[in-house]
Design a protein around this ligand. Structure first.
Ligand SMILES: [Zn+2]
Length: 158
């Protein structure tokens, strides 16, 4: 009877060792996956000449009556040059900023992640566009269009 018990005990030990070995592999995979995810989040698409990005405008100063002619806003901008930099985290670019009422050119504009709060005089990649709700029957984009977000629906001109 004793050899059988020994054999069973050996099998049990082998099984437990096998489980722990697999558990270690699973844990290593999870750690590796988390590290890769972290590295990817840190990595940013490098800007190149001609790409369209957002320029964060400063906005005009607030007047005494509390009005602000131009509040801080994201403006469309075309990359005109990329400044070589040894610091990987910073991508400096030259931009042609397309304001609704005029063009603005500037060089040496630094990147800033808008998720950390907007900073005037910086650039970032355009935020994802909001989805529009749509109705299938008799949908009129001028009168029925509603946007999920803070934007107003498009209105006809004139
Ligand atoms: Zn933006």
């Amino acid at each position: 009877m004793k050899p059988t018990e020994d054999a069973m005990l050996k099998m049990l030990i082998t099984a437990v060792e096998h489980i722990f070995s697999n558990l270690e592999n699973v844990m290593n995979c999870i750690i590796q996956y988390e590290q890769q995810k972290e590295d990817e989040e840190k990595r940013m698409i490098r800007p190149t000449v001609s790409r369209v990005v957002h320029y964060q405008s400063y906005g005009t100063p607030v007047e005494e009556d509390g009005k602000q002619v131009y509040p801080m806003a994201c403006r469309a901008a075309v990359v005109t040059e990329v400044v070589p930099s040894n610091v990987e985290e910073r991508c400096w670019v030259g931009l042609a900023v397309l304001n609704p009422e005029g063009l603005y050119f500037n060089r040496n504009i630094g990147y800033h992640d808008p998720e950390d709060g907007p900073v005037g005089g910086t650039w970032h990649w355009p935020e994802p566009a909001p989805f529009m709700e749509h109705k299938d029957e008799g949908f009129n984009p001028f009168t029925d269009g509603t946007v999920t977000g803070n934007e107003k629906p498009c209105e006809p001109i004139g």
